[in-house]
Design a protein around this ligand. Structure first.
Ligand code: UD1
Ligand code: UDP
Length: 381
């Protein structure tokens, strides 16, 4: 009997981190030929993940250009995917989340009448422009997909409310599967600067920021807030692996570089990042992935955005929305730095996003869909 050809398509760092354990899980199933096509919407940041998880793509579209626009990413992905699909002949394409690669990957699958499985389905803010363009990307992919792998119950409820009622699975988020393989108590950093940080003696705040809707005034406010926090707290060190986007780098250089107690470093490999998160005091970020990882590691998170599509950890009390106004961000950070009770209330490990078995459920669901196994039980918290 010929194997099912399941092709994972991804292009950016977070998609790669969250799809890597799935590519490997699929490869471990005898009934499946696990194929991998990268668009390389990110280049260095993608290659770093492929190296950490030892994944060798079957196809690399190599589309990244400096300061790429949404239209160039989407059109280059679509053209590249034509060849990839014709050559690799997948039965099903798996896309992840909400990037331009995700949308173009799903659209291309549809053009070729190939089934689509959407990993990390059903996240919503219901604000078309925030996050931008991700909210629209994931809504469009919902319309195209055949199988929906929802991390949480509320993600599933969002889809049901929108009229998507078939082939929905609650799997947990594959990022927790990834974390399980990277975080170790005895981990020694390859980045020597990270071995030298004064863990325990000082409060290490891990920072990231890159979202397109934060470009301009919001990003300026965030950078100035970070500067103020570093300047007025001598017992704090900020560690900020800066995204390679030139827009982000310009804002960092203009408003944050040179501030005391701020370590501006290059993007970290995923294993280094996850272990740094496990040792830090708290996280300040506009990233989606960090909002899922930090709660699992018991680290409070201040989200540098106006809203979030990940309300579960907010409800569990480990994540708070800090917004994009300088004074608000500083006030909320100061509270966590100074008020031990406020910190303790947020610093407990919760896992609303998964139990580390999401990839196994997704593989089971795909086999079930093709009549080759039992339907997996939903993930429950
Ligand atoms: C993209 C996704 C966003 C996701 C983020 C994760 C879209 C529209 N946006 O945003 O949803 O949260 O990735 O990080 O899909 N660059 C490099 N090297 C790299 C990566 C990026 O030089 O390895 C530079 C390039 O100049 C590139 C720019 O960063 O043009 C922006 O990359 P792009 O993928 O367009 O946007 P992100 O902000 O990374
Ligand atoms: N990450 C990383 N190195 C870094 C910064 C982030 O490996 O220097 C990881 C992080 O732990 C998470 C993912 O990248 O797993 C999040 O990616 P990003 O913030 O770029 O995108 P988002 O999640 O917002 O889409």
């Amino acid at each position: 009997m010929s194997k099912l050809r399941i092709m994972s398509v991804f292009g950016t760092r977070p998609e790669a981190i969250k799809m890597a354990p799935l590519v490997r899980e699929l490869a471990s199933r005898g009934e499946i030929e696990s194929l991998c096509c990268v668009t390389a919407q990110h280049r260095q940041m993608l290659d770093s993940v492929l190296e950490v998880f030892d994944i060798k793509p079957d196809c690399d579209l190599d589309i990244m250009t400096p300061r790429q626009t949404l239209s160039t990413i989407t059109s280059k992905c679509l053209l590249g995917m034509d060849d990839a699909i014709e050559r690799l002949k997948p039965d099903m394409i798996l896309v992840h989340g909400d990037t331009s690669t995700t949308f173009a990957g799903a659209l291309s699958a549809f053009y070729h009448q190939v089934k689509v499985g959407h990993v990390e389905a059903g996240l919503r803010t219901y604000n078309k422009y925030s996050p931008y363009p991700e909210e629209m990307n994931r809504k469009l992919v919902s319309s195209i997909a055949d199988l929906y792998f929802c991390p949480t119950v509320s993600n599933r409820e969002n889809l049901v409310r929108e009229g998507f009622t078939e082939n929905l699975f609650i799997t947990g988020n594959t990022v927790i599967d990834a974390l399980k393989t990277t975080v170790r108590e005895d981990y020694r950093f390859e980045t020597e600067e990270l071995n030298k940080l004064p863990y325990g003696e000082k409060k290490i705040i891990l920072v990231t920021c890159h979202r397109r809707e934060n470009y301009g005034e919001p990003m300026k406010n965030i950078m100035l807030a970070l500067r103020q926090i570093a300047e007025q707290n001598t017992d704090v060190e900020l560690v900020y692996p800066v995204h390679l986007s030139p827009v982000v780098r310009e804002a960092v250089d203009k408003y944050l570089r040179g501030a005391p107690r701020v370590h501006l470093i290059d993007p970290l490999p995923a294993d280094e990042m996850h272990n740094l998160m496990a040792r830090c005091y708290m996280v300040m970020t506009d990233s989606g992935g960090l909002q899922e990882e930090a709660p699992a590691l018991g680290k409070p998170v201040l989200v540098l955005r106006r809203e979030t599509e990940r309300p579960e950890a907010v409800e569990a009390g480990t994540v708070r929305l800090a917004g994009v106004v300088q004074d608000d961000i500083v006030t909320m950070a100061e509270r966590l730095i100074r008020d031990k009770d406020a910190y303790a209330r947020m610093a407990h490990a919760v896992n609303p996003y998964g139990d580390g078995n999401a990839c196994s459920r997704i593989a089971d669901a795909i086999l079930w869909y093709y009549g080759k196994g039992e339907k997996p039980k939903d993930f429950t918290v």
